[in-house]
Design a protein around this ligand. Structure first.
Ligand SMILES: C[S@@+](CC[C@H](N)C(=O)[O-])C[C@H]1O[C@@H](n2cnc3c(N)ncnc32)[C@H](O)[C@@H]1O
Length: 208
């Protein structure tokens, strides 16, 4: 499950924040695990924040508002921003470099990787997961420097490590692209997928 994969990347910490916590399920996982001393649950929607309040009661602190601004200056040690579009993730971070951020943008992932690695972050984990037949990116970041090439920006900072789920995603994307009209953009996307596949196959051969 997607939230389990995100949870697995959360280290033991003092102050944990889930921005866009909605139901509060991830905060609940952190609470039950004892991974954090303080749990900050934030959401722009009062309706959503109330769901988290019902689930977590007095075990978390609640912040209603837009992105990190809602926290009123508190800087969490670990911040999760998941289940939103890439532009919303960037809007929430608003150029701030936090100690550790785990994001799961649902689109525009190229732009998210590019913007964040150009504004003071390095990527420490970047994985493809599959949940209910759908692929997701989960990316962990820390302050630092990192330059990614086009393939890494497109597919993930560590796309060329041997990961069967990522290989399945590439195959799935290629098959889908081949079923579309071959516009110049789709042809370009196909070239990138083929390049990534070549590198994956080369890695497999090298490891034999
Ligand atoms: C689809 S839910 C994802 C919930 C959970 N994070 C997850 O990954 O399952 C998106 C949540 O983000 C909240 N949200 C959207 N934009 C936000 C913003 N700018 N600041 C804080 N929360 C936001 C929405 O109200 C909603 O509760």
């Amino acid at each position: 499950m997607r939230l389990n994969e995100i949870f697995a990347l959360i280290p033991t910490t003092d102050v944990f924040a889930d921005i866009g916590c909605d139901h509060g399920l991830l905060c609940q996982m952190v609470l039950l695990s004892g991974k954090a001393k303080r749990i900050l649950a934030a959401d722009i929607s009062e309706f959503c924040l109330n769901k988290a309040k019902t689930l977590l009661g007095d075990n978390a602190e609640y912040f209603l508002g837009d992105g990190l601004d809602a926290l009123g200056g508190i800087i969490p040690d670990v911040t999760v921003i998941s289940g939103m579009g890439g532009n919303t993730v960037l809007h929430i971070l608003a150029g701030r470099v936090l100690p550790k951020v785990i994001i799961s943008p649902q689109n525009d992932v190229f732009k998210v990787r590019k913007t964040l690695t150009e504004s003071g972050y390095k990527i420490t984990e970047d994985k493809t997961i599959v949940d209910n037949g759908k692929f997701y990116d989960i990316i962990a970041l820390e302050p630092g420097k990192m330059t990614l090439n086009e393939l890494q920006l497109t597919f993930g900072a560590f796309f060329d490590r041997n990961d069967p789920i990522f290989a399945a995603r590439l195959k799935h994307n290629k098959e889908r692209l081949l079923s579309y009209k071959q516009t110049p953009l789709n042809k370009q996307k196909l070239i990138l997928i083929n390049k990534a596949m070549e590198l994956l196959n080369k890695g497999e051969t090298d490891n034999e």
